[in-house]
Write a new protein. Structure first.
Ligand code: ATP
Ligand code: MG
Length: 268
């Protein structure tokens, strides 16, 4: 099992869109995939139409149930969700007083290591305790960055957090790459930001996610883009990004946090 946090403390940059659509594309490629909704806004939960009427990730983090017990299936094969709710705000406060508080999600995830090939964690727009838990539980992080003015400035806080996590909590954490999102090829600004990303951050993914009405519509239909508009540019982009992600994961050093890493050969 490989675990990837999708993180950027800047709001509205495409974290949730990237998480759900990458997850759906990976599931389509045969990877048993779990989305962990680590954001109290619960946008990933609703974008996949996941049933949030039962237990939530909150209950698992507080140790009231095993993680497995809050996981729900989706309408798509090989794609499950650990749903979130506003309760997660309270969980963050309650966890704050606990010893080893940054390692709670990692502990919960180890029990599903045999069940999934890939776990994607949708982080909220903060660098608080939930995001730290996500990073500490992850083999790697990816950072969506919106192709707009000041995109790079926000990124430095995230890169600094990742460095601090590597130094103090989880030396093996890798920054797998930065994803340029909401790219509008007609604007000079989008072109400039994408070019700047490439020149400043060598791990920038080759795939660029275009700005697309289809991508913004899909969540309200509770469907990932590869189902809502399978031939759209957005669907093609997320399929391509999933391919790149799986290749990069298979190239990581072999000291994975969990057994059965993507690329270990045990996959169909
Ligand atoms: N490539 C895209 N083209 C068009 N709209 C997009 C694209 N990516 C995301 N959006 C839209 O932009 C908004 C923000 O995207 P999203 O929710 O994925 O960001 P986020 O980083 O998860 O936000 P938050 O920080 O609040 O969790 C949403 O309305 C989403 O539908
Ligand atoms: Mg989000």
């Amino acid at each position: 099992m490989s675990v990837v946090a999708v993180a950027n403390q800047k709001g509205g940059v495409g974290k949730t869109t990237t998480t759900v659509n990458l997850a759906a594309a990976a599931a389509e490629m045969g990877r048993r995939t779990l989305v962990i909704d680590a954001d109290a806004q619960a946008n990933a939960t609703s974008a996949l139409g996941a049933d949030a009427s039962g237990a939530h990730i909150y209950d698992a983090l507080l140790g009231e149930i095993p993680l497995k017990q809050c996981i729900v299936p989706t309408a798509w094969a090989a794609l499950d969700v650990a749903p979130s709710s506003m309760d997660l705000v309270a969980a963050e406060l309650e966890l704050a007083g606990q010893p080893q508080r940054e390692y709670v999600l990692r502990g919960a995830l180890s029990a599903v290591a045999e069940t999934y090939d890939l776990v994607l964690i949708d982080c909220g727009p903060s660098l608080g305790l939930m995001t730290l838990n996500a990073l500490v539980a992850s083999d790697a992080a990816i950072a969506p960055v919106q192709c707009e003015y000041l995109a790079l400035e926000g990124l430095s806080a995230l890169l600094e957090t990742i460095r601090r996590v590597q130094m103090h909590l989880h030396p093996g954490l890798q920054l797998l790459g930065v994803v340029a999102t909401m790219y509008d090829g007609r604007t000079r600004l989008s072109q400039d930001v994408a070019a700047q990303l490439r020149s400043h951050i060598s791990s920038t993914f080759d795939t660029i996610i275009p700005r697309s009405i289809r991508l913004s519509e899909a969540p309200s239909h509770q469907r990932p883009i590869i189902d809502y508009a399978p031939r759209s540019r957005g669907a093609e982009a997320y399929r391509e990004l999933a391919g790149e992600l799986l290749v990069r994961l298979s190239e990581l050093p072999s000291s994975s946090l969990y057994a059965n890493r993507v690329g270990d050969g045990a996959l169909t």
